[in-house]
Design a protein around this ligand. Structure first.
Ligand code: LLP
Length: 430
């Protein structure tokens, strides 16, 4: 990327990040300026990009009865949640902590679905008190706990069983969840029996069927395979007098990291509805739980080149962000684009972009052609999803700050952590 590409959008397809006069901007704000004022590593999000992602679902939905529950594990900063709550989103939560975040921004509890394989009694109780829409239940043991907790506080819990349709979503094994060997869900062959036993528990009301087959899915076929299995199950349930009200297809829509062609929400929904109509089941309410596709390309991670190191076998750009800030490259072998925010002329060299953490696995990108010097600021693309939320304090590294750009304005939405923050709560023996 050179200054002559002024006006070009980024390769990863971030529509709200672009080059202007040789500098990379988020909406109306130069990223170099943010790095200088706020320091790096720094997560930068675009509010307009969040709104555009929401609109891609809203426009695809039209007048159909579909609830979008943002899979907030992808990015749970309060400012992000507030934006989606304001736009009318529901939320897919997986912990009591996530519930508290939604309540803190005034999200509507009646639009919350509670997923996850290991819900604890205190989390269930808080969710029942808040009045969440539904629990997506993943095991028989969980059904019993849920019923017991509900009865103990005089309530009934709405339940959807997360069934495992045994389809291959074609993603990295760590983010593929719909196969038999995964820990997730109830085998579809057992589902009727489990629904029947759930129906006998006093604290439960059976309202839905749920699945989530994986993440970063770019084809419609795995969704339709899963849908067919779920629709067959719904027919079987009906024949046993179990009438459900909603169908939850989970999240999983992929984004463009490099050259993927993501599946548009409209394509998915049109094909799903064609099948629902063909089976006479389009009266069911549909729930979606998109995470990555709502935020992934709404954010970049800024990092500064500390040193360039020309070793015998490779060139290293040692930057101030590390695996503790963005775990995806080393955990999933994930590809994130890397661009200088103020590109300079010069002959590019091939660099591994690595962090200061004491692990060979501490890398952000490998073999990238970059014309860079010490002190240059780089943008790591597509970092809005599963970036900051997966950050840790390994090597006693304070976590990055987060900032939201809104037109020509920007707002710090999370202060940079300090070492004092990290030491708080620890103590030595007397
Ligand atoms: N619903 C459930 C039940 C989920 O488990 C997930 C993600 C979602 C919805 C949202 O899926 P999405 O639309 O974001 O694909 N850390 C990994 C991704 C893990 C996804 C976990 N479950 C990564 O960085 O690629």
């Amino acid at each position: 990327m050179t200054p002559s590409l002024s006006g070009a959008a980024l390769p990863a397809g971030h529509p709200h990040f672009h080059f202007q006069d040789g500098a990379l901007y988020a909406e109306g704000v130069p990223l170099q300026l943010l790095a200088e004022r706020l320091g790096t590593p720094l997560y930068v999000y675009s509010r307009a990009a969040l709104q555009a992602a929401w609109a891609s679902y809203r426009d695809a939905i039209g007048s159909r009865d579909i609830l979008v529950c943002y899979g907030m594990k992808a990015n749970s900063n309060l400012a992000v949640l507030k934006e989606f709550a304001r736009l009318g989103a529901g939320f897919d939560i997986v912990s009591g902590g996530e519930l508290q975040r939604v309540l803190a921004v005034g999200g509507d509890p009646a639009k919350i679905v509670f997923s996850g394989v290991g819900k604890q009694a205190w989390e269930i109780r808080q969710a029942l008190d808040a009045g969440v829409k539904c629990f997506n239940v993943e095991s028989e043991a969980e059904l019993h706990l849920l019923s017991d907790v509900a009865v103990s506080i005089g309530k009934q819990a709405n339940v959807s069983l997360r069934v495992n349709p045994d389809v291959d979503a074609g993603a990295h094994p760590y983010i593929s969840t719909g196969l038999k060997e995964n820990k997730f869900g109830i085998a579809i062959a057992d589902a009727l029996r489990v629904y029947q036993s759930a129906g006998a528990l006093p604290g439960l009301r059976l309202t839905g069927v749920d699945c989530h087959i994986g993440s970063q899915i770019t084809e419609v076929a795995p969704y339709l395979d899963a849908l067919d299995k779920l629709l067959a199950l719904i027919d079987t349930l009906k024949a046993s007098d179990i009438e459900i009200e909603h169908l939850d297809l989970g999240g999983g829509l992929g984004i463009r990291y490099t050259d993927e062609t993501p599946l548009a929400p409209a394509t998915l929904l049109d094909q799903v509805y064609a099948r629902l109509q063909a089976r006479g089941l389009d009266h069911l309410k549909l729930i979606l739980e998109p995470g990555r596709s709502m935020v992934g390309n709404a954010g970049v991670l800024l990092t500064t080149v500390q040193f360039l190191k020309h070793a015998e076998a490779r060139n290293f750009a040692i930057v101030d962000a590390a695996m503790n800030d963005l775990l995806r490259p080393t955990l999933y072998d994930a590809w994130h684009g890397v661009l200088p925010v103020s590109p300079r002329d010069g002959v590019p060299l091939e660099y591994d972009v690595v962090g200061p953490v004491c692990e060979s696995g501490d890398w952000l990108a490998k073999g990238r052609a970059l014309a860079i010097e010490r002190g240059d600021v780089l943008a790591v693309e597509s970092a809005g999803a599963y970036g900051m939320v997966m950050a840790s304090n390994y090597n006693t590294r304070p976590r990055a700050a987060e900032v939201m750009v809104d037109g020509a304005q920007y707002h710090v939405i999370r202060q940079r952590e300090t070492v004092t923050d990290l030491l708080r709560g620890e103590s030595t023996l007397p």
